[in-house]
Design a protein around this ligand. Structure first.
Ligand code: OOB
Length: 554
């Protein structure tokens, strides 16, 4: 295929903004005209000697300045081009947090090759699905040094997919190719890109079914990074710790690695988010900002009781990906000094932030408000009619950086988008008169018990106020009499010494808080940990499976 055909192929099955919206967004200055890699080029020119990236798991030579990062990215891009990868072609990238991640992801983008940002926890089912869906020509990963051998996955993948002809492996590459580098002066790289074509693919974070491909364009992702960095007040004096998997939208671009790139700051990558390791990294590099999911944030808070490393440099503690309970938000502020920020976002687009100058109560209680004035949020009832402020409804969204359709998923798009182009998030939210949003649950997360609809999040929120419960998930399990019974899976707080609450205690507790009798749980299991998704959110599908297995007689 010629380059033009590769780009035409990339555009097939991609849903752009309608032309009038694209013009309006561009006129408002929200959609860039430059390719995404321009973010790096600008910093290489502006501050070549400043530190750009550090790999916390490498003791020596683990850092690159902007000039060095620019050069490494150029060589990697040239290497991919020399290996035969062409602009517009898709590749699946699955690399743990490291300098290799930074150089390889940016190298692909610089070469015009479009990475599918797989998470390290994905396995063959997800990777094969993504590779086939994107018609990927290459898989890029690493060896077995981190406890899982991605070369085995590569072997299976090659046997399952027709389009895939190249595998590049970081480290011990076995029968595959090593990550390529070449002299950029000797090979031609694209000097521009259509800003409204995909620069990369994110994968959807849903816990139902296989991940879907989310095309993010040069223009919309540049905006996502730039606006996020502004809202979070990042400057080139900031150091961002990327502790969640870097391929996820949150640590990648909200503001994350790409956001800090827009202001010329420093990113430190770690593949170990546990507090004992991460706190040392914070002390060593004077980290100022970090993004975590709620379960990790809880762990970090608890660890401040015994970990001694100096964390006083932290000024921005972002939590998102799942609902942060108000007491947990307060606990973070107490333990780290008024630094918490809630982030409610989705790979599909919309990002909401609490703002630095909001009062602490708003920051503790809400999930923030949209980052862009052109974000068009509607909250609707089950008939699609808009609900007033203060009333729960499903969040629909349309805007400059929100997709108009999943990639090559026409049938799915019929369900996930309205006729006038809004993305149906499936999230239940409530808008306050201030514009701040409170996420109250998922529309499908209800248990039908003896004919009554019970919202799992209602019970969860109430249980989280109980001192004997640190984390909780409420799911419906099949029951011959009730149809579904309400099962509580709970984790007790670290160091919780007293006797664990029993089912009868919790039923009484909830009844005292005013919950209706039909909402009181039928079953209680204490577990050491709840199953989580690839980025660390509670995975109810897996949990239901586990609990059903545990109750089904053999
Ligand atoms: C982030 O992105 P995804 O694509 O992995 O997951 C999106 C979904 C949302 O639709 C919502 O159901 C849930 O995750 N979610 C939250 C939340 N943040 C995300 N639910 C309650 N409270 C929050 N703060 O998870 C993501 C992407 C960018 C930034 C932050 C998170």
């Amino acid at each position: 295929m010629s380059h033009a055909t590769d780009l035409a192929d990339l555009a097939t099955g991609f849903t752009p903004h309608p032309i009038d919206s694209a013009i309006r967004y561009r006129e408002a200055g929200l959609l860039a005209t430059a390719p995404l890699w321009q973010l790096l080029d600008a910093q290489v020119a502006a501050r070549p000697t400043q530190l750009a990236v550090t790999d916390a798991s490498v003791d020596e030579l683990g850092s690159l300045t902007y000039a060095e990062l620019g050069a490494a990215v150029g060589r990697r891009a040239a290497g991919f081009a020399a290996a035969g990868l062409r602009p517009g072609q898709r590749v699946v990238l699955q690399v743990n947090n490291s300098l290799t991640f930074a150089v390889t992801a940016l190298g692909l983008i610089r070469a015009g090759v479009v990475p599918v940002m797989a998470l390290p926890a994905h396995r063959i089912a997800e990777i094969a699905h993504l590779a086939v869906g994107a018609d990927a020509v290459a898989y890029i990963s690493e060896d077995g040094r981190r406890g899982f051998d991605f070369r085995d996955l590569a072997r299976e993948l090659v046997s399952l997919t027709d389009s895939l002809t190249m595998v590049f492996i970081d480290g011990d590459h076995a029968e595959f190719a090593p990550l390529p580098d070449a002299d950029p002066a000797a090979i031609s790289l694209p000097d521009s890109a259509d800003p409204d074509l995909p620069a990369l693919f994110l994968v959807s974070g849903g816990t139902t079914g296989l991940p879907k491909l989310i095309a993010r364009t040069h223009a919309d992702y540049t905006f996502n990074a730039t606006r996020s960095a502004q809202i979070c007040g990042l400057t080139n004096a900031d150091t961002m710790l990327v502790a969640l998997p870097a391929a996820h939208n949150f640590p990648l671009c909200c503001p994350g690695f790409l956001g800090i790139l827009t202001v010329g700051g420093h990113t430190v990558f770690t593949d170990n988010p546990s507090p004992d390791s991460a706190f040392e990294v914070i002390e060593k590099y004077r980290v100022t900002a970090v993004a975590l999911v709620p379960a990790l944030a809880q762990l970090w808070c608890a660890a401040t009781e015994w970990e001694e490393a100096d964390r006083s440099s932290l000024r921005l503690f972002q939590v998102g990906g799942a609902k942060l309970a108000e007491p947990d938000a307060q606990a973070i502020d107490l333990a780290f000094g008024d630094v918490v920020q809630q982030v409610f976002g989705m790979a599909e687009g919309l990002i909401c932030y609490t703002r630095r100058d909001d009062d602490r109560a708003t920051i503790h209680r809400t999930q923030g408000r949209p980052m862009c004035e052109a974000d068009d949020v509607r909250i609707v009832d089950e008939n699609g009619a808009q609900v007033p402020d203060g009333v729960d409804g499903e969040l629909l969204v349309r805007g400059p950086y929100t997709i108009r359709g999943y990639y090559r998923a026409a049938e799915h798009n019929q369900r996930s988008f309205t006729a006038d182009g809004y993305y149906r998030s499936g999230d239940l939210v409530r808008r306050l008169p201030t514009g701040d949003l409170i996420v109250t649950g998922r529309i499908k997360d209800t248990i039908v018990r003896a004919g009554e609809n019970v919202a799992a999040d209602d019970i969860e929120e109430n249980l989280l106020t109980h001192p004997g419960i640190a984390q909780v998930a409420v799911v419906g399990l099949p029951d011959p009499v009730l149809g579904e019974k309400i099962c509580v899976a709970a984790v007790s707080p670290i160091g919780f010494g007293d006797e664990l609450p029993r089912l009868a205690d919790l039923r009484r507790y909830l009844a005292d808080r005013g919950l209706a009798a039909f909402k009181l749980p039928d079953d209680l299991r204490f577990v050491s940990a709840l199953p989580v998704t690839a980025v660390g959110k509670i995975d109810k599908v897996a949990l239901r499976g586990r609990l059903t297995e545990a109750t089904t007689p053999a």
